[in-house]
Design a protein around this ligand. Structure first.
Ligand code: PEP
Length: 253
């Protein structure tokens, strides 16, 4: 059974005050989360505070990135073990902003994913095409390439067992432009078919300008198991409404 999952990615936004207020607001709307798994991914420095604010609520927390190394002389990096130490449940890897701005390759992303899985974190692997790639008709080829770095790994079966995948068309992230439910469903179905044996159990999220007004129709699609939410995750009412929309989506088996 694939339980719906909604994850907020705060990106490089927030402060201690903002995190306190937002976590309290999200926590207060407890009824909206029945049957839905909910998590927020603040910047690293806010993780301890978010953990303290959400502990015992059933709402999880995650990080936005992780090192591909377990420990050592890697100035500025944060290891999967350190995240686990703060009871972190999820970690986003391969977000398009990491790929485009910081040179995260498919292979590096799998290295990060492996570190996360090794310590028992749930990696959220982001895949998705740019507008140019979609216009060129290469959406499936791009997503396949991003997935194949994982599927071709010797330990692929192990990595796939704990994984969440987020399909995030780059042209829809932070732009206000959303893939239509049919466009999103088509790529989700393609991803599920490519995953093979574990596909039926793997949760596939859609990300890209999800708002309360479009969440319901996206989450109603058969292969969309929830959302990775950017901008709307910073607004308590919007995030809670999106979680509520996932609640109306029955778990799929
Ligand atoms: C994201 O950053 O993963 C994202 C989906 O952002 P937004 O919802 O703002 O498009």
């Amino acid at each position: 059974m694939r339980k719906p999952l909604v994850v907020g990615n705060w990106k490089m936004h927030g402060s201690r005050e903002m995190a306190k207020t937002l976590c309290a607001g999200i926590r207060a709307a407890g009824d909206a989360y029945i049957g839905v798994e909910v998590a927020v991914c603040p910047p690293y420095v806010l993780l301890p505070q978010v953990a303290d604010s959400l502990r015992g609520s059933g709402i999880a927390w995650g990080a936005q990135d992780v090192s591909e190394h377990s420990a050592g002389a890697y100035t500025g990096e944060v290891s999967a073990g350190m995240l686990k130490d703060f009871d972190t449940r999820f970690v986003i890897v391969g977000h398009s902003e990491r790929r485009a701005l910081y040179g995260d390759t498919d292979v590096l992303t799998v290295g990060k994913l492996r570190q996360a899985a090794t310590v028992g974190l749930v990696p959220i692997l982001c895949v998705g095409e740019t507008l140019e790639e979609r216009r060129a008709g290469s959406t499936e080829a791009v997503v396949a390439r991003q997935l194949d770095a994982l599927l071709g790994a010797a330990d692929a079966a192990q990595l796939l067992s704990s994984l969440v995948i987020a399909y995030e068309p780059v042209w829809a992230i932070g732009t206000g432009e959303t893939a239509t439910p049919d466009q999103a469903q088509a790529v989700h179905a393609f991803i599920r078919a490519r995953l093979g044996a574990t596909a039926a159990d793997t949760r596939l999220l859609y990300g890209g300008s999800v708002k309360p007004g479009n969440a319901g129709e996206l989450f109603a699609m058969p292969d969309i198991d929830g959302g990775l939410i950017g901008g709307a995750a910073l607004k308590c009412e919007e995030f809670v409404a999106i979680c509520h929309a996932a609640r109306t989506r029955p778990g799929r088996s």
